[in-house]
Design a protein around this ligand. Sequence first.
Ligand code: VG1
Ligand code: CO
Length: 544
Amino acid sequence: MTSVNVIQTQPIDGQKPGTSGLRKKTRTFMEPHFLENYVQSIFDGIGGVAGKVLVVGGDGRYFNDRAIQVILRMAAANGAARCIVGQGGILSTPAASNLIRKRGTDGGLILSASHNPGGIDADFGLKYNGPNGGPASEGVTDKIFARTKEITEYRMLEAHDADLSALGEQTLGAMAVEIVDPVSDYAELMESLFDFPAIKALFAGGFTMRFDAMHAVTGPYATEIFERRLGAPAGTVLNGVPSPDFGQGHPDPNPIWAKPLVDMMMAKDGPDFGAASDGDGDRNMIVGKGIYVTPSDSLALLCAQATHAPAYAGGLAGVARSMPTSGAADRVAEKLGIACYETPTGWKFFGNLLDAGRVTLCGEESAGTGSDHVREKDGVWAVLLWLNILAATGKSVAALMDDHWQTYGRNYYSRHDYEDVEAEKANALVDALRGKLGELPGQSFGPLTVATADEFAYDDPVDGSHSAGQGIRIGFTDGGRVVFRLSGTGTVGATIRVYLEALETDPAQMHRDPQEALSPIIAAADAIAGITSHTGRTAPDVIT
Ligand code: VG1
Ligand code: CO
């Protein structure tokens, strides 16, 4: 027999979801009532789960399996009809988005802190995605947050653990628990979008690739798709077995944390193509032989060349990029005569545009790229689109990028992160900047003159919602730009992100060192924001 317990609780402060759900130290999530309070707040915030069907899965990090057992017992106690769970508790973020859509569910719970490290002393996270498969909108997030502040009780079924390893159906109280293969539906979707025979022929012809799964969730997906379905040789996928602490690494696919892959790609006899994905499989890093492709450039190139893939052969409805992402995609959109939207950071802002059919491709400077096939960014998808383009054109990554820059110009781009800054100091920096925006236009910093200075706010063109305080942007008369923004995904202190961009249109200047090409903007950024004087830092912690 099973019974439902109603457990008295008190609101726990600080359960405010950030850019992508709630992220905290794993030990915080493991405190008595913490996870339970948040799960009940999600259920209450979405109007209850009675009779509903939910997808549940995560990136396999420490506490993933225990948290899923709690979620299942609570879903059952709250009257949910069914939970569809990835075998072993595993689902990449894009695969979860796909399952929500394919099975027509009422949404899903995804357990991940994405690129943040995993382990008992690292980070954990939980987010709710809606019936469209995308991250909860601002409105739903606000409701969930409001519930966390007033919650007094949660409901928990008294029951044994579900068996997450056994494919098929079991019951928990009156709720069905359906364990599904985490990879097969997703792999089928990928096969429907891309020219698999052409990519298969590319590999058969000796084309070499290394995909670094960074000990995170994409390992099983990449092995099935690249090695089994597309015939890439065994060993193409590196670090392909998910581990609870990601092999003690930092599953963030950028030249810092995926340095071994980048080094391999820069070697003289390196592979033709390299890629990496993050903790929950929604991001991608693209590297060609001897060339690192910035995510902003990758988005622009994919927009320009997408029609090589069967799914996009009819052309793109439009493109969207987050505000800090470089303007490279804008010029492609202009040439194609399609709309280009600029949204705040975070995938939730793309959902409405995708649902309304206004855009087909979306991307962020942080290595997130995706399309209307799901409502999340999708790492393996981006790699497959690149492979499809490489197969169709027969060109190398370096040649494709070179052609692109000659046609559209090059946006030199870099992000400088100052991590674990005291929150007061970070806020003081932003407040001071905000206070002087009005006086900046016309001022010169070295060779650069400020043209525009404002704080980005977004009016959603589909539902009319307004999002303020989305980053400070300063544009220069030569087309360069610097953006200042505080991260919304960290778990300790504040991270100041400084996004730097310089536009180059001289064909002879397309192969400079990015940090050198950006040096006037870097100097201007410090002069304008007083990074050193506010934080005491003389150099960023991470440069990507
Ligand atoms: C970061 C990135 C942002 C991304 C978010 C979630 O947010 O900058 O572009 O959407 O992470 O990605 P922030 O607020 O720290 O800058 V993931 O792969 O962590 O779900
Ligand atoms: Co992620």
